[in-house]
Design a protein around this ligand. Structure first.
Ligand SMILES: O=C(O)CCC(=O)N[C@@H](CCC(=O)O)C(=O)O
Ligand SMILES: [Zn+2]
Length: 328
């Protein structure tokens, strides 16, 4: 039923059942693509976990990975020990195999959102579900992992974005992420109104956008490198202490600038297939635009992450980042 829930969500079918039992607890379907799992008895240190996939419809590996965890839960190989909200972000975009339908859902998670349309409505529905879920677990630490894959190759194929926010990230997160095969961490320098930012900014959750390799169609993903991440997700679902790795094995970066597309004439001055975290020396021309002119690297080298000239006008076309010290 749980793994079927993913398929039903993708196919737009009404689920055959809206609730039932798994080992250690109950599940119930709260809304299309929103599933809550309630343990009979959560373990003492269990977090209130939000796990989301498919916020971008073409990023399939996280859906397959989470589908495997849910299948193991259903088969009784994993026992529910933590309150869990599982979210299939943008079902219509997933059905179409597209990043989004009309606008990028992952820029809309703000409470003063005024836009109307399918994606803004979905953002409002997901924010309400997250608010209600954390509201039901006020006594627990909050966690949100928003699982994605990247458009391009990367010097670090598996990395996380730590959203901007005042709530400090618990040190255990770095150890868990290192053990789960994460190779780099990028600290955001300003509000970005992504889903992971929402959980941190409004709810003080330990939250990340996780980039788990490259975006490929269903059936083309190599899940073996994600096995350690699958084990981290299972530990969270069971309310167990996850495996700890050496946080020092990860590379840490900080966003220094956000490159915005200001006009239709915007273009990046490096090849389209430039991998994430490619470093450019001082003086390199990175982009040109009809409004705002050209962007060059200043006095210190900068690396480029998420370069995409094809975003909506006004949207982020790249992050320019520099190495930063690991958190104390
Ligand atoms: O590879 C790309 O260019 C985009 C991959 C992706 O969807 N990344 C997220 C990052 C969100 C964040 O900054 O936390 C996004 O752009 O929404
Ligand atoms: Zn994404």
């Amino acid at each position: 039923m749980l793994a079927e829930w993913l398929d039903q969500g993708l196919e737009g079918r009404t689920p055959s059942r809206t609730g039932g039992r798994v080992a250690g607890g109950d599940f119930r379907l709260l809304a299309p693509g929103v599933l809550e799992l309630v343990p009979d008895a959560a373990s003492a240190g269990a977090k209130a976990c939000v796990l989301s996939v498919g916020i971008h419809g073409n990023e399939t590996a996280p859906m397959e990975l989470l589908g495997e965890v849910l299948a193991r839960l259903e088969a009784g190989l994993v026992r529910l020990g933590a309150p869990l909200l599982v979210i299939l972000g943008n079902p219509e975009a997933i059905r179409r195999g597209q990043r989004y339908v009309t606008t990028n859902l992952n820029r809309l998670f703000r409470r003063d959102l005024a836009e109307t349309g399918a994606e803004p409505d979905r953002a409002r529905a997901l924010m309400a579900e997250v608010d209600a879920f954390y509201g039901r677990h006020v006594d627990r630490e909050r966690l949100h992992y928003d699982l994605h894959t990247a458009i391009r190759d990367s010097r670090f194929p598996r990395f996380v974005v730590e959203p901007f926010g005042t709530a400090p990230t618990p040190a255990e997160q770095w150890r868990w992420l290192a053990a789960a095969g994460i190779q780099a961490v990028l600290h955001q320098h300003r509000h970005s109104w992504t889903f992971s930012h929402y959980a941190k900014h409004y709810h003080g959750a330990a939250s990340f956008t996780l980039e788990l390799g490259r975006a490929l169609p269903f059936g083309h993903n190599e899940l073996a490198p994600l096995a350690p991440m699958g084990r981290l997700l299972e530990a969270l679902v069971e309310g167990r202490e996850p495996a700890a790795g050496d946080a020092g094995s990860m590379a840490f970066f900080r966003a220094e600038h956000e490159l915005l597309r200001h006009s239709e004439a915007f273009r990046l001055c490096f090849p389209d297939d430039t991998p994430n975290f490619t470093e450019f020396p001082p003086g390199t021309r990175l982009a040109e635009d009809a409004i705002g002119g050209e962007t060059r690297v200043g006095e210190t080298p900068l690396s480029v992450v998420f370069p995409n000239a094809d975003v909506e006008v006004g949207a982020r076309a790249a992050l320019l980042v520099a190495p930063s010290p690991p958190p104390a």
